[in-house]
Design a protein around this ligand. Structure first.
Ligand SMILES: [Zn+2]
Length: 258
């Protein structure tokens, strides 16, 4: 195994961690927007309840006005009734008075209906407003919670970024570039473990002699999977420190694998 490989494996670990933290952080504004979107419909409910209430109040005023007008008219006719000269005129006036009083009664009835409707509309406004207040409190709590999580994630990201600096320090420039190029093409992953004779990145078989050199401490080469192109490493223990005995070990490993 190339001496930089353990650093690259560590780098891969911290890079995955950074990617997870970044995507979580990118999701936070959306989570806040989603929480706040609940306010929109609650606010709209309050607005429409208030509008309905205003409409009923306007109707009530109109019926009040109508009723008052008919009352005034009836009074005016009664005042006139003392001054009429003929029987016909008197009868006509009595008829007008009766009509005006009927209209007053009608307006009173409608006013009563509309007052009840106004009470109901007011009750709905109160319900919508208290519901909005509850949702505002819940959303504020949720927003604080999300922001606290965001602060925590940011801290973790800073720590991971600092850790990355340390991990990458001993890695030679050409390997950093290779790692970055492969990671970019494979969704952030550049390293693949060779385990049980397979590349864990793609599942393809890794040739035994490559497995063997991966286990060789003195090896300076970097091997990439022929199928997926990821940099291969092995966590299986390097069996011997002395390369001179390496060939004997190769056959024993091979027989274990077959
Ligand atoms: Zn592969």
């Amino acid at each position: 195994m190339h001496p930089a490989i353990p650093h690259l494996v560590e780098l891969q670990r911290v890079d995955h961690q950074i990617a997870v933290l970044r995507s979580a952080l990118e999701g936070f504004p959306k989570r806040i927007r989603e929480a706040e979107s609940k306010l929109g419909s609650a606010r709209a409910d309050v607005a429409s309840a208030k509008e309905a209430h205003a409409h009923v109040v306007a109707e009530r005023k109109k019926f009040e006005f109508d009723g008052q007008q008919w009352k005034d008219r009836a009074r005016k006719y009664r005042d006139q009734s003392g001054a009429v000269k003929t029987n016909e005129a008197y009868k006509a006036l009595q008829h007008e008075i009766a009509n005006a009083e009927a209209e007053v009664a009608k307006a009173d009835d409608r006013q009563l209906e509309v007052m009840m409707a106004a009470e109901e509309a007011e009750r709905r406004v109160n319900i919508a407003e208290s519901r909005l207040k509850e949702i505002e409190q819940a959303v504020a709590g949720e927003r604080n919670e999300i922001q606290a999580q965001g602060t925590e994630k940011k801290k973790q990201l800073e720590a991971a970024t600092a850790e990355r600096e340390k991990i990458i320090a001993p890695v030679p420039e050409d390997l950093r570039e290779l790692y970055a190029r492969i990671a970019k093409r494979h969704n952030g992953t550049a390293m693949a473990e060779a385990r049980d004779g397979q590349c864990r990145g793609c599942g393809m078989r890794v040739l035994p002699h490559i497995l063997q050199v991966l286990r060789t401490e003195t090896n300076e080469e970097v091997y990439r999977c022929e199928s997926c192109g990821l940099i291969l490493y092995t966590l299986e223990p390097i069996p011997i420190a002395n390369p001179a005995v390496g060939s004997a070990n190769t056959s024993s490993t091979a027989s274990t694998n077959s």
